[in-house]
Design a protein around this ligand. Structure first.
Ligand code: ADP
Ligand code: MG
Length: 297
């Protein structure tokens, strides 16, 4: 294929120190990757188990290629998107040397410290939206797997941390082709139309595109501001299809009406009525410069 291929695991351990684990996902593991031959430069080495990846693709009747993630990430250049420095493969694994992001992921940040106050959420979420705007508008790409564990943070300090979008394993060109309708992503962040499309064999169904990312962004903002997920585990799909989430809980008491309106405009069941990324980036909530301090009793 004209690509760096056929490395041995021996070659990998000679060139890379990959002993320290940073995280893991469905069919991959991410380790600290120290380039021992290049001044000990540090990366995040994403190691994709080829066999598991291919099995997963078969299950989902998907046509994603092993190289898509590396190719896609290498073509992106945005300060809030993880860069791919290089990649190679062995018989068993695909290796991606990614920009190392040191502050962990947003899921762990939320689990450790709970909800974000609005001024911090606003700064962080605006940058997340800008990265998605870059994907949707400039690159015609849909991420399809936006969720807190795929948003990395440059530091643990909530006042200064920068978000970086990661995990382009499911990202696609925004076309209305068949493979764009494969059932993928993670249930809690599924847009309603993802569920409907997957459960119907109706070929007139148009598939889905950028709007699924907008729904996921709504779910992310809901969690960011409240520290709780919008849907319960029980009857998850039913709740998503009905758009059955509420702000009438204690966690939302001190949050501005603009923020709630923003979440609602993204978590709109009908994808045609959902706001797009250009509208999101310009949402009035981002223009509020002073939020009232939450006083929880
Ligand atoms: P998967 O496709 O298997 O879900 P991800 O790309 O989401 O794999 O990576 C899994 C986890 O590894 C992430 O949730 C994060 O905790 C960690 N991780 C991934 N990329 C990086 C990186 N560039 N820097 C630091 N940690 C990372
Ligand atoms: Mg992931």
């Amino acid at each position: 294929e004209g690509m760096p291929n056929g490395k041995t695991e021996d070659w990998v351990t000679k060139h890379w120190d990959i002993r320290h684990q940073l995280g893991s996902g469905n069919f991959s593991e991410v380790r600290l990757g120290v380039d021992v031959k290049d001044k000990g430069k540090q990366y995040a080495m994403k190691i994709v188990d080829k066999k598991k990846f291919l099995q997963f693709q078969k299950q989902r009747e998907s046509v994603l290629n092993l190289r898509d993630e590396a190719d896609m990430m290498s073509s992106l250049s945005h300060s809030n998107i993880v860069k791919c420095h290089s990649w190679f493969q062995t018989e068993a694994n695909m290796y991606l040397a990614l920009e190392l992001v040191q502050g962990g992921d947003l899921l762990h940040c939320l689990l450790d410290g709970g909800a974000f106050p609005e001024h911090q959420a606003s700064r962080l979420f605006h940058q997340i939206c800008d990265a998605v705007r870059y994907l949707h508008v400039e690159k015609q790409l849909v991420h399809r797997d936006l969720k807190p564990e795929n948003i990395l943070l440059t530091s643990k300090d909530r006042e200064t941390m920068l978000p970086k979008l990661a995990d382009f394993g499911l990202a696609r060109k925004n076309m209305k082709s068949r493979d764009c309708r494969t059932f993928c992503g993670t249930p809690h962040y599924f847009a309603p139309e993802v569920i409907t499309t997957a459960s119907s064999s109706d070929s007139k169904n148009a598939g889905y595109g950028k709007q699924v990312d907008m729904w996921s962004l709504g779910v992310i903002l809901y969690i960011l501001l409240s520290g709780i997920p919008p849907f319960e585990e029980e009857q998850l799909y039913r709740q998503i299809l009905d758009g059955k989430y509420e702000f009438d809980v204690e966690e939302w008491n001190c949050v501005s009406p603009e923020a709630k309106q923003f979440v609602t405009s993204m978590m709109t069941v009908n994808p045609m009525e959902r706001i797009d990324i250009n509208q999101a980036v310009d949402h009035p909530w981002f223009k509020i410069s002073r939020f009232c301090t939450p006083t929880r009793s």
